[in-house]
Design a protein around this ligand. Structure first.
Ligand SMILES: Nc1ncnc2c1ncn2[C@@H]1O[C@H](COP(=O)(O)OP(=O)(O)OP(=O)(O)O)[C@@H](O)[C@H]1O
Length: 346
């Protein structure tokens, strides 16, 4: 879908992209990086709206330096910033954008109605957009990117400003753009956990450089740990601890992670499962102790943990750090802004 070859973009005081080489295949790809990592700059270059300083790229086989207009005909773009005129309705606006993309008037009206329904805007679509919530505005921005039935859409931070429920809805919608319509998606975010749930592939950039590109499955490989959650009983008021010591006696080591953290976190025990027999040992031990077994599942890595623990990440240590700072569960960690970020705008 996209081939990027040694792409560099220098602004007077900042190198926004630094010899970036990466390929984007069909499907949903997440482009993740802290604020200032170069995501928006990359998207603008891919649309032919901003020239690269060095290197080049093709989008759907078209050269970004020479064929920007042809790329914009075939690709949908959802910008990061609020860009909707407040005094027109979603219908008027999306019809206008469809016409700009070359659709005849009747087709533009039909496609607009379909697309707005698809993104979940119904009666509100006739109201002026100035009165819309952030979630509704994001939906209109997505609709105008899809209305001309592109092969590929570039979505710049589509979950920005949304609450957790709105974010989940937007992510589900993005997933459906690919599954229902076969449109490939490149979506940027600074939240690792979002991409983990939504994307087939993840490209991580930091300070304009490629940190890692691989399939989400490779990032979130199964670990050799079993997460075991048990209930307490009268005879074992701390069920997880009772299980931990009984398993130790049976030759299985286990840890109680996150005891200082979230409510209930102490009830999940991480058991080192070197082979299949560990499942039987856990089940039998839980039964002997008379505890309730809530769940026993193989644990998977979160993307953020890959950057925490991988020896390869050491080469870009400060960046890996930036990727994993912050509290909360690893999957929802927010990437930290770069040094010399937007404050350096000339
Ligand atoms: N027009 C510009 N002039 C000068 N510097 C710029 C310009 N646009 C971006 N930059 C700088 O280039 C770097 C990358 O910015 P970019 O907007 O691409 O990052 P980003 O990853 O999209 O971050 P964000 O999510 O905050 O938009 C930043 O340091 C930014 O300050």
């Amino acid at each position: 879908m996209i081939a990027i070859e040694s792409l560099t973009k220098r602004y007077p005081r900042v190198t926004a992209l630094d010899r970036l080489t990466v390929g984007i295949t069909p499907g949903v790809t997440g482009l993740v990086g802290a604020n200032g990592a170069g995501k928006s700059t990359l998207i603008k270059i891919l649309l032919g709206l901003s020239p690269a300083t060095q290197g080049g790229a093709t989008v759907l086989g078209l050269d970004v330096a020479r064929e920007g207009a042809a790329i914009r005909e075939r690709v949908g773009y959802m910008p990061e910033h609020d860009c909707l005129p407040p005094d027109v309705s979603a219908t008027e606006f999306v019809v206008h954008m469809a016409r700009m993309s070359g659709l005849p008037f009747t087709a533009a009206r039909e496609r607009t109605a379909d697309t707005l329904r698809h993104v979940g805007l119904y009666e509100e679509r006739y109201r002026p957009m100035g009165g819309y919530s952030t979630g509704m505005k994001q939906r209109v921005k997505l609709a105008q990117a899809l209305v001309h039935d592109p092969k590929l859409v570039l979505l710049d931070e589509p979950t920005n400003g949304l609450d957790p429920v709105g974010r989940d809805e937007m992510l589900a919608l993005i997933r459906r753009v690919h599954t229902d319509f076969g449109i490939s998606v490149l979506v940027t975010s600074h939240l690792l956990g979002e991409l983990e749930r939504t994307c087939d592939h993840v490209v991580v950039i930091d300070g304009g450089k490629l940190l890692r590109a691989s399939s989400t499955a490779d990032f979130t490989k199964s670990t050799a740990s079993l997460a075991v959650e048990v209930t307490d009983t009268d005879s074992h008021p701390d069920g997880a601890e009772a299980l931990r010591s009984a398993l130790a006696a049976a030759g299985l080591s286990a840890q109680l992670p996150g005891t200082a953290g979230a409510p209930g976190a102490g009830h999940v025990l991480m058991v080192d499962a070197t082979d299949e027999s560990a499942y039987d040992t856990v089940r039998d031990t839980v039964m002997e102790l008379g505890l309730g077994l809530v769940r026993m599942e193989q644990r998977r890595h979160h993307i953020a943990e890959v950057f925490n623990t991988e020896p390869g990440a050491g080469a870009s240590a400060p960046s890996a750090d930036a990727l994993t700072k912050g509290g909360g569960p690893a999957s929802d960690r927010e990437l930290q802004p770069q040094k010399g970020g937007s404050g350096d705008v000339a």
